[in-house]
Design a protein around this ligand. Structure first.
Ligand code: CTP
Ligand code: CA
Length: 223
């Protein structure tokens, strides 16, 4: 007897997921990066796909293999991630932005390898576009926008401010100073904040389990 191992409760839904950190080039051989592994975003993409969704995964550099059956778009910099996300935003029913986007990029990227001639090297950084904020401004009725907030202090206060500023439906507040949560861990401990002010604390769980828990809640918001 054949039994369904999962509920295909996302059939007909198109999900855009971003994952991993971005690389901001300094010169042809160097970049500024961050500690994001991509595990959370890839787990969300995989879970949504298994539940029947059509999934587009836009990812910064990651050691992970994209889940089977998702449309994968690999990018490096925040600017490239922005372009890929904007290209697919209008067709998405929900966008889940798990990526750790670099806040700044190097102003004058050297086209040759920088030599170690001087005792000091000064790089000027300029602000990257805030992709999620732009999505919040462009969001049409019915589209669901989920962000992550990576914080080392004042978790709820900062996360709430991001939820409002970026016009999100839900934000996943992540205390990245914990050893069992955040960057490059297999588990996560998060609090979920909603537009109506509700806050939900989830227990520690694997990123795969959390991916399904997040999707359950996102579906409840919309369907
Ligand atoms: N984000 C984005 N584009 C950026 C920076 C962040 O889309 N240039 C998204 C992230 O993918 C995440 C959310 O915004 O879903 C929050 O990212 P976070 O780094 O926690 O917040 P920031 O708004 O960048 O603020 P700060 O780093 O100063 O806390
Ligand atoms: Ca940031």
């Amino acid at each position: 007897r054949f039994t369904m191992a999962f509920a295909a409760d996302m059939l007909g839904i198109k999900v855009l997921v971003t994952a991993a950190g971005t690389y901001e080039p300094i010169d042809p051989v160097r970049y500024i990066g961050n500690r994001s592994s991509g595990k959370m975003g890839y787990a969300i993409a995989e879970a949504a796909k298994k539940r029947g969704a059509e999934v587009i995964l836009v990812s910064g550099p990651s050691a992970l293999t994209p889940p089977d059956g998702v449309e994968f778009i690999g990018v490096e910099s925040a600017a490239e991630m922005r372009d890929a996300v904007m290209e697919h935003f209008s067709e998405a029913d929900m966008v889940i932005k798990a990526a750790a986007v670099a806040d700044y990029r190097v102003r004058n990227v050297s086209d040759q390898k920088i030599k170690k001639n001087d005792e000091e090297l000064n790089l000027v950084l300029e602000k990257n576009p805030d992709i999620l904020k732009e999505l919040g401004e462009k969001k049409r009725a019915g589209q669901i926008l989920v962000g992550f907030a990576a914080e080392t202090q004042n978790l709820l206060e900062y996360a709430k401010a991001k939820l409002e500023k970026k016009n999100l439906d839900m934000i996943v507040a992540n205390d990245v100073s914990r050893k069992d949560a955040g960057f490059n861990t297999d588990t996560n401990v998060v609090k979920l904040l909603y537009r109506n002010g509700a806050i939900e604390e989830l227990p520690i769980m694997t990123k795969h389990k959390l991916a399904d828990e997040l999707l359950n809640r996102v579906l409840k918001i919309k369907y």
